[in-house]
Design a protein around this ligand. Structure first.
Ligand code: FPP
Ligand code: MG
Length: 315
């Protein structure tokens, strides 16, 4: 159940994030108020906490690693909203709309540096190096996405490369970071990388589908935002194969009057279901990797991972 922010008891992860968001100067208070410590779903940080507990990593090391990932994710969303020209994030005006693009980008940089220094303080060079390499991948993915913007007829392979870089790379990090802290073998690392990658691909495709899904639940974002902005989205990659829809998409970024027509054609053409099925294939691959992990002899209990992936505890 979603609780109003005031009623929610802050977890250790939220408290760590709140400490990192504390403004170093009073004039930054409106910025940190816009990105509250208990505002997001924490899917990435939660994954680090669950795996860290399962691998027997001390909590004092896992919580900063999880908080750092959430802070870097927040920084990347602030940048992303500027890149996308987005109006809403988590049901509220974006920092870009409230403060302007340049201050928003610079505040994103500030958060980025805080996230990196939090991991750096764990004094595990491999962990910091991997995080920096991951951020480079995220940025490369965003560059590729902006270059592909507006070309709705891109192939699925390019689309998957974009989302592997911009989204799945951070999920991969979340699965590998606790394993680095636990000193795991390269063989286990490979399984965890596969777990994170497929989870991240499934997650991004589900996010793409939300853009077209009927009903109010779209994680606080405006409907059809990807269609409006020409942003790569798997539903649109499939839609562009239908000549009726391709004709509409070829006419460039659609004005509001054409948005609903395209969205109806997309739904009637079964593109949303097709994208959901593709996302489910990646989700199933990630569950398969998770089932491998829970068979390893490990320090902690598997209930967190079973819950996170919705696995059947008997298998
Ligand atoms: C959301 O994707 C955005 C990302 C997954 C990454 C954004 C990264 C950057 C802009 C690079 C800057 C990075 C740092 C660390 C400073 P989306 O647009 O598909 O999702 P949305 O629907 O939530 O906007
Ligand atoms: Mg976006």
């Amino acid at each position: 159940m979603k609780m109003p922010p005031g009623d929610r008891k802050l977890s250790a992860l939220d408290r760590k994030i709140a400490a990192a968001l504390r403004p170093p100067h009073p004039f930054l208070e409106p910025f940190s108020r816009r990105v509250p410590a208990d505002g997001g779903k924490r899917r990435r940080g939660e994954l680090i906490l669950i795996l860290g507990r399962l691998f027997g990593v001390p909590r004092a090391r896992v919580v900063p690693a999880a908080a750092a990932v959430e802070i870097i994710h927040l920084a990347s969303l602030i940048h992303d909203d500027v890149v996308d020209g987005a109006e809403l994030r988590r049901d509220l005006p974006t920092l870009d709309r409230l403060q302007g693009a340049a201050p928003a980008l610079l505040y994103g940089d500030l958060l980025f540096s805080r996230g990196i220094s939090m991991v750096n303080r764990l004094r595990v060079p491999e962990l910091t190096d991997l995080l920096l390499a991951t951020v480079a991948e995220i940025c490369a993915g965003e560059i590729l996405e902006t270059r592909e913007r507006g070309s709705f007829s891109r192939d699925e392979e390019t689309y998957l490369e974009i989302i592997r870089l911009k989204t799945a790379s951070l999920f991969e990090y979340c699965c590998r970071a606790p394993a680095i802290l636990a000193g795991f073998s390269p063989e286990r690392m490979r399984v965890l990388k596969r777990l994170g990658r497929n989870l991240g691909l499934a997650y991004q495709i589900a996010d793409d589908c939300l853009d077209f899904a009927p009903g109010p639940d779209r994680s606080g974002k405006k409907p059809l935002a990807d269609l409006r902005n020409g942003v790569p989205n798997l539903v649109l990659v499939y839609a562009a194969r239908d000549p009726r829809i391709a004709g509409e998409l070829a006419r460039g970024s659609p004005p509001p009057a054409r948005l609903e027509k395209i969205s109806r054609l997309v739904r009637e053409g079964g593109c949303l279901e097709e994208a959901r099925r593709r996302g489910e294939e990646f989700a199933e691959k990630s569950r398969r990797a998770a089932r491998e992990v829970i068979k390893w002899p490990l320090a902690g209990d598997v209930s967190g991972l079973v819950r996170y992936f919705g696995l059947d505890p008997e298998h």
